[in-house]
Every structure is written in C-alpha cells, then in structure tokens.
Design a protein around this ligand. Structure first.
Ligand code: AMP
Length: 210
C-alpha cells in the first residue's frame, strides 16, 4: 500500500508513520529526516537546505522531489511506503503522479493551530535515529534518552515558537491545498488528532481500512 500522511507540522504525522510502518511492514519515509541527516553530514544538499529549514520555510521543490525519486527506487519500497512530510506543495504532488506512482490513501491528521503551538514546545527528537517523543504526550522511558537507540533527545531549532508560527503559515498557504487535490481523487481520509496518541492511532488504523 502506498500512503501519504498529511497534516500541519506537529500534528503527529511522524508518530503515526511509525505505527503504520510497524503494522503494515512498509518503510516510513520522512523528507524532513532525510534533509536533517544530510545537514548533520554536511552534504551539499544539507547545507543548501539549512537556511530554509531554520527560517521555517520549505526547501525548494526540485530538491525534495530529487530526494523522493531516489528514495522510492530502493528495494524496501517494493511493497509500499508511507510518505511523511511529502508532498507539501501541489507541484510535489504532481511530480509523484508524473513518476507513475499510484497513491492508495492520504491520511490527513487534523489538529487546530493553537494545539499545535502548545504541543511543539514539548516535542523532542532523537539526535541519532530521528524518532519523536513528547514531554507530556509520549514520554521516553528514560528522560532525555531515545527508547529506540539510546541516543540523546533534543529540541529541533525549528520547533521554537516563532518558527512554528511561520511553519503554520507556510502549511496553510502551500500544503493545505493538497487536501482538495486528493479529495478530488477520492483517496483522502481525515483523522482528528486526539489528545491521546493511542486514540489518534486507533483512528488512523481504522482510516486505512475504509
Ligand atoms: P518536517 O520534519 O517534515 O517538519 O520537515 C522539516 C523541514 O524540512 C520543513 O520545515 C522544511 O523546511 C523541510 N522539508 C521537509 N519536507 C519537505 C518538503 N516535502 N518540501 C519542502 N520542504 C520540506
């Protein structure tokens, strides 16, 4: 099954992507994680993306489209994949169509802006494997340490309040039109992001069956 997770930054796409990855045994692909990894390895692409990420802006379409083209060619995508954070613009969605990729479902996780701002301040990510945690909603077993790989957790620079507001504006302007794009194709499923992660997860898994 080829899936897309749509939703504002901080809506919980990463967490749901991990759950679906586990349930369906297909890889979760996060363009944000790929770019951050390139950044920490100081590759040319990573360095080019840095100023956009730090300002809460989108990295140019041709860069992320190139990333996704390469990633989807890998063997582990043969039985499907979950895209987390791609597409984020109409041209990116069109690029997927042009690659001849059929998307089976788009799960849109809806969370009001006010809740997003409150949530992002508690978000922590693993420096090494990129797993997400939250100081209130998804506490790691050991404070400040990743449950998956034992590395240190950190707050992303772009999770700071001013950048979060900019990212929300970018989301509403450039990414939200994708809801219409996929709704017209009849593959959009809306999930209300709940207070409890487990409740959102139950709704996400149900949406996959519809
Ligand atoms: P994320 O972890 O998905 O919130 O992504 C972090 C940042 O990476 C975003 O704020 C963008 O600057 C960049 N990014 C990730 N995915 C994309 C995309 N599909 N298009 C453009 N920029 C992206």
């Amino acid at each position: 099954m080829n899936l897309i997770l749509l939703g504002a930054p901080g809506a919980g796409k990463g967490t749901q992507a991990e759950v679906i990855c586990e349930a369906l045994k297909i890889p979760a692909i996060s363009t944000g994680n790929i770019i951050r990894e390139a950044l920490s390895n100081k590759t040319e692409m990573g360095l080019k993306a840095k100023s956009f990420i730090d300002a809460g802006k989108l990295v140019p379409d041709e860069v992320v489209i190139g990333i996704i083209k390469d990633r989807l060619k890998k063997d582990d995508c043969a039985n499907g994949f979950i895209l987390d954070g791609f597409p984020r613009t109409i041209p990116q969605a069109e690029a997927l169509d042009e690659m001849g990729i059929t998307i089976d479902k788009v799960i849109d996780i809806e969370v009001p802006d006010e809740k997003i701002v409150a949530r992002m301040s508690g978000r922590r990510v693993c420096k090494q494997c990129g797993s997400s945690f939250h100081m209130v909603y998804r506490k790691p077993e050991k404070e400040g340490i990743c449950d998956n790989c034992g590395a240190e957790l950190m707050q992303r620079k772009d999770d700071h309040p001013d950048t979060v507001l900019e990212r929300l504006t970018v989301y509403h302007d450039q990414t939200e039109p994708l809801k219409d794009y996929y709704s017209r194709k009849g593959i959009l499923r809306v999930v209300e992001g709940q207070e409890e992660v487990a409740d959102t997860t139950a709704l996400t898994l149900k949406a996959l069956e519809d």
